[in-house]
Design a protein around this ligand. Sequence first.
Ligand code: XMP
Length: 519
Amino acid sequence: MTDSIAILDFGSQYTQLIARRIREVQVYCEIFPWDATAEQVLALQPRGFILSGGPASVYEPDAPFLPGYVLNSGLPVLGICYGMQVLTHALGGRVAASQEREYGHALLQTSLENPLLPAGSQQVWMSHGDRIEAPPPGFQPLASSQNSPIAAMGDLSRNYYGVQFHPEVHHTPQGIEILRRFAWDICQAKPEWTPESIIQQTVARIRQQVGGERVLSAVSGGVDSSVATAMVQRAVGDQLVAVFVDTGLLRLGEAAQVRRALQNNLGVELVVVDAVDQFMTALRGVTEPETKRRIIGELFIRIFERQARHLGKPRYLVQGTIYPDVVESSAPDRAQAQRIKSHHNVGGLPERMEFELVEPLRYLFKDEVRAVGEALGLPAGLVWRQPFPGPGLAVRCLGEVTPERLERLRLADAILTEELSAAGLLRMGRRGEELHGTAQAFAVLLPVRSVGVMGDKRTYQEAIALRAVTTEDFMTADWARLPHDLLARLASRIVNEVQGINRVVYDITSKPPGTIEWE
Ligand code: XMP
């Protein structure tokens, strides 16, 4: 087992971010609800604890508190924001209730040399109401900000630390260094969480779970199902059979790419079901978005079930569940977190068919899934693919889905992808606090005709809308500020190269109030 850290979730919006940062410094960690049992948490054999922030106030009735096993373990503890306050409260210090929140940038000044904080001053991000009035016995103030005389504190002999600010967010540029020091130096956790070690451990876990049984996988063309399939292939080789239902609703070249990557390069036994005609027939005349989604979902399940029976119904089914889904669904009291999550899943498969599930990506964040995918030998173009909705191009082909209209959409979409890729904007990155590039970018075919002129001829054709957004969590998003000359080139290429399109528009709606997809 690799060294690890347990994160207790007190309901902060940022808890998953803490976990991602710790994983970034290559230390494994897991998130537990603050009221998980000692057995659940200690089974991880953590090297230390991080207590997350949270919306409560320690003096409220029923406020979440520090479970006894944390201090009894004698392991290092880092309390962040509310986590610092519960630590203070548990150890006999005083927390001052405050009516006013301190929110935003602050300048932190380290006042005492210590293993957690870099010396000198640094920008940090504050978001708290209550604050520490008197640290517990044995603690010393380590740093202050203008509004928080005790912005960080520590008991260096017991390895207990508390910070009032949020080291996990980007607005605290040195935050990752602080978390690294906690994990590596204070907890003495070895940085062993690498793609190779992830693969090694997951392969062992899968082998133990499935023994000599056969395993079925549904490949969708997306990142998660491809990486999950590649991982199971690495673990149990020819006990695996993967089914790829070609719905005809993928982007240009994607179906072929998945086949090549899994079948030819990795040697996965891949059954490709050509269901293009079936989907076209089922969607004929349908324009209502939810009806499209329902038809596609149901037909997919029907085809997949038939294939599964045909293959003797293996006992296990691979699922590409990733860690954020697991954390979201197992959190104890979501009222604490005030989280808003709309989730879209191609549901129904496992419930109806009574498979036992193999979930190779259950403990991985999306970045880790991609890194592991590359380490397993999948092409970068596949593992870095942007999210794509289950119902595919059908929900981007507004109005009726016909082969001709899909073709139009597919070509316009390919031009967009090609141009964004050439401009280095197909992935999203960060420049300081600015998000750069696109998290998701695609074309939408509108069922609207407008008049244009090409050569000397009047045209009366359909329009393409381009959608490109920046976002980190897909729950909110902003439209990408693409360069004007890039937009100009896109419009000109699409109108010239795609038959049946004479107009291109750019969607400048943020989410909310818009959604990312148009249907
Ligand atoms: P919206 O349109 O709700 O989309 O802003 C948020 C994210 O979810 C993706 N999406 C889906 N993903 N099955 C999926 O697996 C679906 O049915 C589905 N619908 C939307 C969307 O592409 C965006 O990334």
